[in-house]
Design a protein around this ligand. Structure first.
Ligand code: NAD
Ligand code: LMR
Length: 325
């Protein structure tokens, strides 16, 4: 048996983690031969609810689950962690934008960035899910100066999956036939879901759908899907968010398939003229646990304008939390 891998999950009594923890413990993240220890962080008021989640985890008798640590202290939760899912944060309700959460949630990521910096495994991979995810990841990164910035990312995989699903349904094709969808920018309504390079069954997607649908329907539906789910459910997405978090981390560990890429929000290095230092969603390939931003994609004026709008929003979010950076 391999030694267990330590996986920290914050917001462990919340709705996303309720859909995430059981899949990690079942082996869906690291495979059927890799034991795990779950290191679960919650706020003191939620520790009672977390006890119930732990009882249910025990009651599944997962062979791979070699231990569970519960705590309200980030220094304990992140001690020696190899992977960290930063989910714990307030979600938005109907009528709110994700950036309305910035002042509510920002401090969480300053505290947790410092704790990760102090006690996590030096190669820890950190995925920020709590909204507004991109700027929260930036706060985490800036408060963890001893960790490799390559190892901190925010989640736009849910947007990527939404775009893949919508395109597949439009074309009447299986999801597996869709490749090279890109999400650029912020996990917000300014994000740009780009089909210019996408393929369906190896054929350019934009030869298979009409431009009006792409520009006037598809882009807006992906951008607003989170709010549409909230309006329908009364609560924000949970199972699809957990699935995307698992997929993001799996791809980061095991790589992208040949000929395809995924979307991850990562530290901009200036690629495509996006300001260095922002956490911006790019199309990326991954191999050997390292991502690389896909280079040399052609960008038309329409795309450039949308990419800039999202960049501008991220700059203004960064200004709003300057005191924590
Ligand atoms: P939830 O309210 O059900 O759960 C959040 C949990 O986090 C709560 O149990 C709360 O006690 C806990 N928490 C709060 N502060 C904490 C802290 N400092 N340390 C540890 N735990 C803390 O919310 P949810 O629906 O699970 O959503 C969680 C976050 O994920 C929200 O910000 C939501 O907007 C975001 N989200 C992001 C995406 C994405 O695609 N990036 C998708 C869905 C949801
Ligand atoms: C989502 O995209 O579903 C999440 O970010 C939740 C939200 O507030 O939209």
């Amino acid at each position: 048996m391999k030694p267990p891998v330590h996986i920290a999950v914050t917001g462990a009594a919340g709705q996303i983690t309720y859909a995430l923890l059981f899949r990690i413990a079942a082996g869906d993240l690291l495979g059927a031969d890799q034991p795990v220890v779950l290191r679960l962080l919650e706020v003191p008021a939620a520790m009672g609810g977390l006890d119930g989640v732990v009882m249910e985890l025990h009651d599944c008798a997962f062979p791979l689950l070699h231990g569970i640590v519960t705590t309200d202290d980030p220094q304990i939760a992140f001690a020696g962690a190899h992977y960290a899912f930063l989910v714990g944060a307030t979600p938005r309700g109907p009528g709110m934008e994700r950036k309305d959460l910035l002042q509510v949630n920002a401090d969480i990521f300053a505290v947790q960035g410092k704790a990760l910096n102090a006690v996590a495994d030096r190669a820890v991979k950190i995925l920020v899910v709590g909204n507004p995810a991109n700027t929260n990841a930036l706060i985490t990164l800036r408060n963890a100066p001893d960790l490799n910035p390559q190892n901190i990312s925010a989640m736009t995989r849910l947007d990527h999956n939404r775009a893949v699903g919508m395109l597949a349904r439009r074309c009447g094709a299986p999801v597996a036939a869709v490749q090279r969808v890109s999400i650029w920018g912020n996990h917000s309504t300014t994000q740009y879901p780009d089909l210019n390079h996408a393929l369906v069954d190896g054929v350019p997607a934009l030869e298979q759908v009409d431009e009006t649908w792409y520009r006037e329907q598809f882009i807006g539906e992906v951008q607003k899907r989170g709010a549409t789910v909230i309006a329908a459910r009364g609560k924000s997405s949970a199972a699809s968010a957990a699935n995307a978090a698992l997929g993001h981390m799996r791809t980061w560990i095991f790589g992208t398939p040949a000929g395809d890429w995924t979307s991850m929000s990562v530290l901009s290095d200036g690629s495509y003229g996006i300001a260095p230092g922002l956490i911006y969603s790019f199309p990326v390939t991954v191999s050997n646990g390292r991502y690389a931003i896909v280079q040399n994609l052609s960008i038309d004026d329409f795309s450039r304008r949308l990419m800039r709008d999202s960049e501008d929003e991220l700059k203004s979010e960064r200004e709003a939390v300057a005191g924590l950076l």
